[in-house]
Structures are given as structure tokens and as C-alpha cells.
Design a protein around this ligand. Structure first.
Ligand code: SF4
Ligand code: SF4
Length: 451
């Protein structure tokens, strides 16, 4: 099935998916891991271990800190040797548990389930397993999966989309997962559909991955509920609101969520992790990622334990070439620049890129020439040029009126802007300022109510 509809805006950056032919390799088991207690949207975890405790691979070491949260697990066996603040790939340092390996990689006692046992599991039992396994969106956003599977009663979801678009340049980890381990993905899709009680599921793949599309098309042939769909190549096709528009022709309203239009999107890696949790009893303690960019000596697709330091992974890939100007957690459009290699892989790390100066496009912003390209490129129908202007002036109420909260930080505006203005930083800042203002107002209202 070829989806011909699309979303407004978007861009066509060079794909640079040179690693798409490289099979997934197992990274050597690290001798030390740093597992952040904040790896997802929502409340951070609380450590359930203390220094000196012995742990096995898969043991829970951090308990979810609220409804929107997910537990974290040890990814190697060994001893807890530190708990404290450590560098984090999404920004400020965050609390983390450090485990020094014992070299045994001893697994915890995982509860395997047969097909018969899985078949009789109720939707609530599946959700409980997914929650305990600490599964979050693995496309980058890292939203706790069980929360997405628990919409309010009035929001009836009728369609699940398994997202295999992988529209970010350079990244090919999802592509390799689809080629090499499609059964995990299809099993996970069926489990997610059962947990949600939906009767329609799609695996959505961009047309630059025809081999992956063919695999799912063949696997799902004759399936009354599930279909593989090929989408045109356009960035950010893999953003959930854009995927829903392209595939279902439904528009998520401003400030709304996919559940408002009856849809739920999960990444292919998340679906595979759900299958592992339900059938194998394995929590989420490893993931597949792409190590690439012109500055990496031996680009690779690797299966890596959560908590492995970037420095160790880059060393495993032969080290850095001369002239690297930027290291990213994620792809070049939405990835976050790193200022140290002592940051760990987290559940949402889809790639580690080392970019040369030519690739990184680092230059100072100039004045706006009113060309309007950023407006044409914005897939959320915003006016990015005006948002940057009001953000520079710290006019946060104006930024709110310009719907900055709808910005998905895709970077399409920055990609096309001839003046190289810093849109994403401005939008992030605007969202953070508005969130802080809302929190302050809430606290003031609560204090006034107590009087
Ligand atoms: S304003 Fe936000 S959503 Fe629009 S193109 Fe720029 S980064 Fe993407
Ligand atoms: S693309 Fe850049 S130069 Fe053109 S209108 Fe937008 S901000 Fe101004």
C-alpha cells in the first residue's frame, strides 16, 4: 500500500544513510555503566539500590517516580559503586546509578512466557508487564509507553501506527532492526493492539527503505487488521503528528495529542522491546543505535547496553577522525550537541554522530531577510521567523500567542534559513519559560487557595 497523502511543510535534507548496509553488531559488554534515573519525559526515578549492592543484568535499580515515569534497570551485572549527579546527553547533569561490572554479565531471573500464556494475558496484564519493563518511546522522545496505552475513557483509539519512517539523515538503526528482526516488531505490534483494544494497525516505512517495506508487506499479507504502508520521503515524516496526517488524514489539534484523533504511534524499536518484555520477560536495558558521521573512523550499527558511555562506544568504532566539530546524541536535525563524551546512552539514544565542520553547518546567525522559507518549511504551520524575534526580546506571552508550544523542534526552519537563525534554541527556551511561568502561576493559585 502506498500512502499518497502528505503533511504541509517539511524539507528534504541529504539522506546520508551510508550505514544502512551495515548489520547490527553486539557492542562489547562495558566494564562500567552510568544509568541516569531520568531517561524519559515525566518524573525521574528514585534509586532502589545503594552503594555496595550487587546487581544482575535486568535487575530494577530505579523505581518510577509517578504516573508519567518508567523504572530503570541494570544493563550489566556487578556492584553499585556510585550514586550521584553525572553528565546527561539531553542537557544538565542528572542523578544516576554507576555500576562496575563483574565481567560475568549474569542475568536476573526473567519470566519467559509461552504463546499460550501470552494469548490469555489480559490488556491490563500486558500493560503491567510493559510498565515494569520500563519501556519508553525509543524514537527519541522517550515518553513512557504505558501512559500512551492508558488514555482517558472518552478518548477512544482506533488505529496503531508502528513508526519505521526513520526520517533523520544518517540514522539507520531502525532500518536494520526492520530488516534483521521483523518478527519482534510484528509480535510487539500485535501485543500493543491487544493492550489498546484496537482493530487496525499499520507499519509505516519511508520509500527509501523498500527492502524493509517488502518484508512487512509479505509478513502481513492476508492479515485483516495489519498493513504495511510506504510513505514518501520527507522530513519530519517520522514525527507522530505528521505521520498521522500523512497516513490517516487526521489533524492533531493545536495543543492536542494523537489520542485526540483516535491514533497512537509507537516506534519500531519500542514494539520490539514490548515483545521482549512480554515473551522473554526482559526489561529494557539495551537498544540499537547508529554510530556515524564523517568524523567516525568505523561507522556501525550497534546493540548497546543502556548506560554505556559515548567515549567507550566511539573507541569501539575506531575513534574520531581529525576535524570533528560536533558530537550529537541523535540525528543532525533534532539531535543534541554534546560537550563531553562522558555521557551515557539512554533509552532514547537513536544515534551518536560525529560531524565534521562541513557537515555541522556551524555559523553565526545573520539578520532575517524576510524570505519566508522557514514558514513554508514548518510542518506545524507556525511562523518561526516571528517566534525567534519575540524570543530574542523575551516576549514570552507573544511567543505563546504564536503557538510556540506546538513546535516539535524538528529543525526544518533552521535547515532552510539563509540567515542561519537559531530557531530551535529559541523555541526550546520559549517553551521552558512558559512552563516555568505556568508552574509559578499554579503555585501562587495553590498558596492563595490555602489562605
Ligand atoms: S518552528 Fe518548530 S516545528 Fe516549525 S519548523 Fe521550526 S523547529 Fe520545526
Ligand atoms: S528563513 Fe530565515 S531569513 Fe527567511 S524569513 Fe525565515 S528567518 Fe527570515
Amino acid at each position: 500500500m502506498l500512502a499518497t497523502k502528505t503533511f504541509k511543510g517539511g524539507v528534504h535534507p541529504p539522506e546520508k544513510k551510508d550505514t544502512s548496509g551495515l548489520k547490527i553488531e553486539q557492542m562489547v559488554i562495558p566494564d562500567k555503566i552510568v544509568v541516569p534515573l531520568r531517561q524519559h519525559l515525566g518524573a525521574p526515578c528514585t534509586a532502589t539500590v545503594k552503594i555496595g549492592d550487587k546487581v544482575k543484568r535486568g535487575d530494577k535499580i530505579g523505581e518510577a517516580g509517578g504516573f508519567v515515569s518508567a523504572p530503570v534497570h541494570a544493563s550489566i551485572s556487578g556492584e553499585v559503586t556510585a550514586i550521584g549527579n553525572f553528565p546527561h546527553p539531553t542537557g544538565a547533569p542528572a542523578p544516576a546509578v554507576v555500576i562496575t561490572g563483574d565481567g560475568k554479565d549474569e542475568p536476573a531471573a526473567f519470566t519467559k512466557r509461552s504463546d499460550a500464556e501470552v494469548n490469555i494475558a489480559t490488556p491490563q496484564q500486558l500493560k503491567d508487564i510493559i510498565k515494569e519493563a520500563g519501556i519508553v518511546g525509543m524514537g527519541g522522545a522517550a515518553f513512557p509507553t504505558v501512559v500512551k496505552l492508558s488514555p482517558p475513557k472518552e478518548k477512544k483509539i482506533d488505529t496503531l501506527i508502528i513508526n519505521g519512517a526513520e526520517c533523520e539523515p544518517y540514522l539507520t538503526a531502525d532500518h536494520r532492526l526492520m530488516l534483521e528482526e521483523p518478527i519482534r516488531i510484528v509480535r510487539g505490534m500485535r501485543l500493543l493492539m491487544k493492550a489498546l483494544d484496537v482493530q487496525r494497525g499499520f507499519v509505516a516505512v519511508e520509500s527509501n527503505k523498500p527492502d524493509a517495506y517488502k518484508i512487512f508487506s509479505d509478513m502481513l499479507q492476508g492479515d485483516a487488521k495489519c498493513t504495511a504502508v510506504m510513505l514518501p520521503v520527507k522530513y519530519p515524516q517520522g514525527a507522530e503528528k505528521q505521520l498521522i496526517k500523512a497516513l490517516l488524514d487526521r489533524e492533531v489539534p493545536s495543543g492536542g495529542l494523537p489520542m485526540d484523533v483516535g491514533a497512537l504511534v509507537q516506534n519500531v524499536g519500542t514494539a520490539a522491546a514490548v515483545a521482549d518484555a512480554v515473551y522473554e520477560g526482559r526489561p529494557l536495558y539495551e537498544r540499537i543505535l547508529t554510530v556515524g558521521g564523517g568524523g567516525i573512523k568505523q561507522p556501525r550499527n550497534l546493540r548497546v547496553r543502556i548506560g554505556t558511555l559515548f567515549s567507550r562506544i566511539i573507541e569501539f568504532c575506531g575513534g574520531l577522525k581529525e576535524g570533528v566539530t560536533k558530537i550529537l546524541n541523535g540525528g543532525p536535525m533534532m539531535g543534541i550537541a554534546q560537550y563531553t563524551l562522558d555521557v551515557p546512552v539512554i533509552k532514547g539514544t537513536s544515534g551518536i554522530l560525529a560531524l565534521t565542520e562541513a557537515e555541522a553547518r556551524t555559523c553565526e546567525p545573520g539578520p532575517c531577510i524576510r524570505c519566508g522559507r522557514c514558514i513554508d518549511a514548518c510542518p506545524m504551520k507556525l511562523v518561526p521567523s516571528d517566534i525567534v524575534t519575540v524570543a530574542d526580546l523575551k516576549l514570552w506571552d507573544n511567543a505563546k500567542q504564536l503557538n510556540v508550544l506546538d513546535c516539535i523542534e524538528c529543525g526544518s526552519c533552521a535547515y532552510v534559513c539563509p540567515a542561519k537563525r537559531h530557531f530551535v534554541q529559541s523555541c526550546k527556551r520559549g517553551k521552558a519559560e512558559l512552563a516555568a511561568m505556568a508552574q509559578k502561576a499554579q503555585a501562587a493559585a495553590a498558596a492563595a487557595a490555602k489562605k
